[in-house]
Structure formats: C-alpha cells, structure tokens
Design a protein around this ligand. Structure first.
Ligand code: NAP
Length: 353
C-alpha cells in the first residue's frame, strides 16, 4: 500500500489536534506538514499549540515546525486535512485545491458548493463522483471534499436506514452538545459548569439543511437532488466534554410496525463501506441499545475509536411515529475521524493517488 504524506491545516485547533491524535500509527497516512495562522507559523508545534487531547503529545509532532497554510508551505504533501476556522477557509482551501492539492475539510465554507461532496461515507459514498465536475484545478488533481456539522453526522447515520425503509415526512431534533464542540478556549467555565445553554449560534440552520444534501440523490450532471422534508432543530450546549447526544422524533411516510422492527432495520443496515475494511471504518457503524439507560456520552462516545454512532431509547410515539436518541463523538465521528474515513474512501476509489 502506498504511504501518503498529509498536511493538517488548523493543526493547532481542537479538530487539528484530533487529526494528529487519530493519525498516530495510521497504516496509510503520515503527517508531513502542520499549518496554522501567522501567530503560530515558525514556532515548534509544542510552542504553538495548547495541547488539549487526553493523550501525550507525540514527540515527533511536538518538534515539527508549524507553517502557514499556503500552497508553497504544503508543497510535497499528497493531500491536506483542514480544521481551519471558517473565517479563513474559503481562501486557503480554495488556493490549495487550485494548486493541485486535494483538500478534505471540516469547515462549513464549501459544504453547499454544487459540485463539492458533503460526505459521510456510509450514507452517500457515491457522491464523490461530484469531484469530476469541479473546476478548481483544470488538471483534476486538486479538489475539495467536505464533511458535515458534528450533529448532522450521527443524525443522518441513524436516519439513512430508516429513510430507506419507511420514507421520512418530518424530523424534530434537540442536540445536547458537549463543550469540545466549541473549540478552544470555547465556552467560559462560568457559563457552562452546572448549566445548560439553550442556544448555539449558527448551529440549527446547519442541522436542518445539511441532511438534505447528505440524504439526496446524485444526478447525471454531478449535482445532488436534495431530500425534501422539514427538520425542526434545537441546539443546546451541555457540560459534557466530548460526544453530542441527540433526541430525535420522526414522522415517517409508512408507520413502522413496532420499536423492535425499527431496531431490526437499524441493526441490519448494509452500507457502502460494508466489507471494504477501510482502516478507520468501525466494525459496527451503528450500535443499537436495548438498555434504556444508554447510550451515554461519557461511557459510549469513544466506542470503536469514537467512530461508532449509538442509538437507544427506540420507541413508538403518538404524534410522531417514533423516537430515539443518537450519540456521536463530535471531534472523531463528527469531524476529524469522518474526514480521515472520507480520505480512505477517496484512496479506495482512486481520487487520491
Ligand atoms: P479552533 O480550536 O478555534 O481552531 C482553529 C484553527 O484555525 C487553529 O489551528 C488556528 O490557528 C487556525 N486559524 C485561525 N485563523 C487562521 C488564519 N488566518 N490562517 C490560518 N489558520 C488559522 O476551532 P475547531 O473547533 O478546531 O474547529 C475548526 C473547524 O472545524 C471550524 O471550521 C469548525 O466549524 C469545524 N468543526 C469543528 C467541530 C468541533 O467539534 N470542534 C466539529 C465539526 C467541524 P492558530 O492556533 O494559529 O490561531
């Protein structure tokens, strides 16, 4: 297997640090460049970053020199992962794609671009064909692929098998989002300790809109015909550290027969990564809990390296048809981990070579 040299943009941030952590010992990808702002460029990584991961900072990474995120500084890498702040991602990611370097991004900036895939590989692996219509780089080498918001990831993973089985009319979702989702330093401790904040700026529109592209179907012109159903979202911040818990209520086109039937649909989900053995692909992408006390962020968010989505409290409802809770690790499954899985799929499909 070819070894790929990767750069990380926004390497000093919360998502950048998760990339560094998850890429340790990766069988295909080796960290070759670390990019951040002018504030960090020229320093060693240990000097530039306030390391917040719950493992030791790897010594070889600590000694690397942080650069800026320009194509010149990323010269020599096969592709980059981006955990860039949205205020700078449009220009920096676009420059790299135009310079022939594939960009696998967490930032929101290109998620709605008509030829940029918004990708959760178990849900819409075929959407990578959109890359063929991108015009960042006439040679076709440079392109951009994005992953969605950290709430949209577990939401669509639970909804995809249910949509295929029953059709979806409407969804109501409330997210209980952990503090790591706000980056570092994030929410002041006096605001969040022993408290719940019933609003996260900019979050609810993304939770409502991104699943439409993810659950949409690819058209012949390499655009996506979006799914069409309303999602009413309430996004809240709670004092957990990692893992976003969602409470979901669904109105289906065809009412399921029972909660057990829904659990069976979720447990027997055959998704496009089944059997591919990609390095970051969890053996069991969706775990369905019968015990009503689970899933819980502190106990279950790190299942299968933070890449498994937990579903529990599956029950029939009166006004809606059914309800459940879903748990996804926000910086693994909802950010760096899904981006690494996206890159593995792109290698498998031959887009990164
Ligand atoms: P963060 O901790 O604030 O990190 C932001 C990163 O961007 C830092 O490395 C920072 O470098 C870099 N940066 C800022 N201005 C820059 C500039 N002018 N040029 C180059 N680099 C610059 O944020 P985060 O939580 O990691 O989030 C990163 C991105 O991922 C955001 O777009 C966010 O919306 C998205 N995301 C986050 C999560 C999550 O759970 N946290 C989940 C999904 C998606 P310096 O240290 O040098 O300032």
């Amino acid at each position: 297997m070819k070894q790929f040299k990767v750069g990380i943009l926004g390497a000093t941030g919360a998502v950048g640090q998760k990339f560094i952590n998850l890429l340790q010992g990766h069988p295909w990808f080796t960290i070759a460049a670390l990019g951040a702002s002018e504030r960090s460029a020229g320093k060693t990584y240990a000097e530039a970053a306030n390391w917040i991961e719950a493992v030791e900072l790897p010594e070889d990474v600590a000694a690397m020199t942080v650069t800026d995120c320009s194509p010149a500084s990323m010269k020599g890498v096969d592709f980059v992962f981006s955990g860039l702040d949205a205020s700078v991602a449009t220009e920096l990611e676009g420059d790299l794609a135009r310079a022939g370097i594939p960009v696998i991004s967490n930032a929101k900036n290109y998620r709605t671009h008509k030829h940029v895939p918004l990708l959760v590989p178990e849900v819409n692996a075929d959407h990578t064909a959109m890359i063929n219509a991108q015009d960042f780089d006439p040679s076709g080498k440079g392109f951009i692929v994005t992953n969605p918001n950290c709430v949209a990831v577990p939401l669509v993973m639970a909804l995809k098998p249910l949509m295929d089985a029953y059709g979806i009319e409407a969804i109501a979702v409330t997210s209980l989002q952990s503090v790591s989702g706000a980056g570092y330093p994030g929410v002041p401790s006096l605001d969040i300790m022993g408290n719940v904040i019933p609003f996260i700026g900019g979050e609810e529109p993304k939770i409502a809109s991104e699943p439409m592209k993810l659950l949409g179907s690819l058209s012949d012109d390499h655009t996506v015909t979006e799914a069409k159903f309303p999602i009413d979202a309430t996004a809240t911040r709670v004092p957990t550290i990692e893992g976003h818990l969602l409470t979901v209520k669904a109105k289906f086109t065809k009412r399921p027969g029972s909660a057990d039937e829904i659990k069976q649909v979720l447990r027997s989900w055959k998704h496009p990564l089944t059997g591919l053995n990609l390095p970051s692909s969890p053996k069991n992408a969706l775990k369905v809990y019968d015990d009503e006390r689970f899933p819980q962020p502190r106990k279950n968010a790190y299942n299968e390296n933070g890449m498994q989505v937990g579903v529990g409290r599956v029950r029939m409802l009166e006004f809606f048809d059914a309800g459940f809770v879903a748990l996804g690790h926000n910086t693994c499954r909802g950010a760096a981990g899904v981006a690494i899985l996206n890159a593995e799929l792109l290698v498998h499909q031959g887009f990164i070579k």
